[in-house]
Design a protein around this ligand. Structure first.
Ligand code: AMP
Ligand code: MG
Length: 483
C-alpha cells in the first residue's frame, strides 16, 4: 500500500489560517503516470515504487488518509506590480519526512481550482509539465539547488489554451514553498502577529541555526540574500534564464522553482530573453543579478517591523545588509568565472581576462556552453583550438600563457573546468522537438534528452548531436508562462 511510505507531518498548518486554504485536488477521469522519477522516489521514500499503483494519488484523485492538503496564500510583485496571488493551480498534498529525516513539500501542480484560482482553470498542459520535469532535472544534475519532479500524470482530460492540449499533473518536490511573496502577503494583508509567526516558522524550518540569534529577521534576510546570490551565480554559470523572477517565484530556501518560460541561452548575450511576455527584458539573462537584488529589497521591506521597533533603525539595518549585495555578487561571480576558465589561484589582472573573453564572445556571437567546452578540449588535447575559437585568438594566447605559469598548469586547469562547465544543456530547439513528440505519444527524444541531462559533465558521443542550434532558430523562439 503506497500510503505507508508517505510519512506526512504538515507543519505549515500550524501557521495562522490566513496562510492557507484546505482544499482537495479535483477528480480527473483517467489518470495515467507517464513519467516517474525512480531515483528521486528512492531518495525521499527509501523504497522503489510501482508508479502505476500511484496514479490515483499522483493525479489527486485519492487523498491519502494521513494528511490534510492545502493551497498556500501569497502575494507578489509581478513585473514590478504588486498583487494578491496564491496557489491557483497547485495543492500541497503534504509535507513528507524522508527516512533520513529531511522534510519535503509534495505538491501537485495542475490539479484543479483552489480559492486562489481567480479566473484560471487550475489545470496544466502535458507539454508544460513535461518541460518543467526536464528543466528541473537538468538543473538538479547541473548541481544547482532546485525543486524536483517526481512524476507527470496525464489526467485524461483536455485543457484549453491556444488550442486543445492533454491535461497533466506534475508532482513537485521541494524543501519548502515559502517565497518572498509569502512575506509580502503577511506584511500587506496579515497582522503583525501573522508576520512574526511566518518569520518564526520559516527560521525553524529552513534556518534552525538562527533560532537563538539576536536579530532573527536581520539574519534571515542576510541568509536569504546570500543563498539567492549563490543561486543566480549558478544560473549564470550554465546560461540559465528563469524568465519570470517575480517575487512570488523567489524561494526563501534558495531553490530554483516555478519553471515556466525558462530556457538556456545558446549564443552568449546578456540581453537574451525568450519569454513572450518579457518585452522589456526585465528578466533577461544579464539582468538577473539586478532583479534578485530588487526582490531582496522587497523582502527587506516586509521585514522592517521585525528588524527594529524604530522604523529608522530598521531601515538602517536593512540597508547595511543590502549594501553588501554588490560586492558579494561581484566577488563570487568573478570566482565562478575564474573557475570556468580554469584559474585556480586568481591574481590581479585576471578579471580583465574574464571581461575580455566575454566581450569577444559577445561580438563574435559564440555559443556560451560550447566555447568553454572547446577551451577545455584545446588545453586537454593540446590540439590547435577548433575553428570556432579563431575569433578569440589574441585572448587565447594570453590565457594559455597565464595557465602555463600557474601551479598545476593545463592539467589542473582542465580538471577545474570540467567541474564547472557543463558539456550538455537542454537546447531550446531539441526541447521543443521532444515535447512535440511527446504530444503525439512518442517519447523517444524526450527520454534521450532526459538521460543526457543526468550526466551534463560527462562526455559522450550522443552529446554532440544535441549541442548545436539551427540557424536563426533562437531569433524567433518564444517561451510561455502558465500553460
Ligand atoms: P506562475 O506564473 O506559475 O508563477 O503563476 C502566477 C500565478 O497565477 C499563481 O498565483 C498561479 O497559481 C496562478 N496561475 C497560473 N496558471 C493558473 C491556472 N491555470 N489556473 C489558476 N491559476 C493559475
Ligand atoms: Mg509562481
Amino acid at each position: 500500500m503506497v500510503d505507508k511510505i508517505l510519512n506526512f507531518d504538515n507543519t505549515y498548518l500550524t501557521l495562522p489560517q490566513v496562510f492557507y486554504s484546505n482544499v482537495n485536488p479535483s477528480v480527473v477521469p483517467n489518470p495515467e503516470v507517464v513519467l516517474f522519477n525512480e531515483e528521486l522516489g528512492q531518495d525521499i521514500f527509501g523504497h522503489t515504487t510501482n508508479p502505476q499503483e500511484w496514479s490515483q494519488l499522483l493525479s489527486g484523485n485519492r487523498v491519502p488518509e494521513n494528511t490534510t492538503p492545502f493551497a498556500q496564500a501569497y502575494a507578489g510583485h509581478q513585473f514590478g506590480h504588486f498583487t494578491m496571488l496564491g496557489d491557483g493551480r497547485a495543492i500541497v498534498i503534504g509535507e513528507h519526512v524522508s527516512p533520513l529525516g529531511k522534510r519535503y513539500d509534495m505538491q501537485l501542480k495542475g490539479c484543479g481550482i483552489t480559492p486562489y484560482s481567480r479566473r484560471g482553470d487550475g489545470k496544466a498542459t502535458l507539454g508544460a509539465m513535461l518541460r518543467e520535469y526536464l528543466m528541473s532535472e537538468s538543473m538538479f544534475y547541473l548541481g544547482i539547488p532546485t525543486s524536483r519532479s517526481l512524476a507527470v500524470t496525464k489526467t485524461g482530460e483536455k485543457v484549453y489554451r491556444d488550442r486543445t492540449h492533454d491535461g497533466a499533473v506534475l508532482t513537485r518536490i521541494m524543501s519548502g514553498h515559502i517565497r518572498v511573496g509569502t512575506f509580502e502577503y503577511a506584511h500587506y494583508y496579515g497582522s503583525p502577529n501573522d508576520l512574526e509567526s511566518l518569520l518564526n516558522y520559516t527560521i525553524k524550518r529552513h534556518f534552525p541555526s538562527l533560532l537563538h540569534s539576536n536579530n532573527p529577521a536581520a539574519e534571515m534576510l542576510e541568509y536569504v540574500m546570500n543563498r539567492q546570490i549563490d543561486l543566480i551565480i549558478n544560473w549564470m554559470r550554465v546560461g540559465f534564464i528563469h524568465g519570470v523572477m517575480n517575487t512570488d517565484n523567489t524561494s526563501i530556501s534558495g531553490e530554483t522553482f516555478d519553471y515556466g518560460p525558462c530556457s538556456f541561452m545558446n549564443t552568449y548575450d546578456l540581453n537574451t530573453v525568450f519569454s513572450s511576455i518579457d518585452t522589456g527584458g526585465r528578466y533577461a539573462f544579464g539582468n538577473q543579478p539586478t532583479i534578485i537584488k530588487w526582490n531582496i529589497v522587497k523582502l527587506a521591506e516586509t521585514l522592517l517591523p521585525l528588524l527594529n521597533p524604530s522604523q529608522n533603525r530598521a531601515i538602517e539595518i536593512a540597508r547595511e545588509i543590502i549594501d553588501k549585495f554588490d560586492n558579494l555578487f561581484m566577488e563570487r561571480w568573478y570566482a565562478m568565472m575564474f573557475s570556468k576558465i580554469g584559474l585556480i589561484k586568481p591574481a590581479t589582472g585576471d578579471r580583465d581576462l574574464v571581461d575580455q573573453l566575454l566581450l569577444a564572445m559577445k561580438s563574435f556571437e559564440l555559443d556560451y556552453t560550447n566555447t568553454f567546452t572547446s577551451l577545455k578540449r584545446g588545453i586537454t588535447t593540446k590540439e590547435s583550438p577548433s575553428q570556432q575559437l579563431d575569433p578569440l585568438n589574441p585572448w587565447l594566447t594570453n590565457w594559455t600563457r597565464r595557465l602555463e605559469e600557474s601551479e598545476g598548469g593545463f592539467l589542473a586547469a582542465a580538471a577545474l573546468m570540467g567541474k564547472t562547465n557543463p558539456l550538455f544543456i537542454p537546447r531550446n530547439y531539441f526541447v521543443e522537438k521532444a515535447l512535440a513528440g511527446a504530444d503525439e505519444n512518442n517519447y523517444t527524444l524526450f527520454n534521450q534528452l532526459l538521460s543526457l541531462v543526468k550526466q551534463p559533465y560527462s562526455s559522450s558521443n550522443e552529446i554532440e548531436k544535441y549541442s548545436y542550434v539551427p540557424n536563426n532558430y533562437d531569433h524567433n523562439y518564444k517561451t510561455y508562462c502558465g500553460t
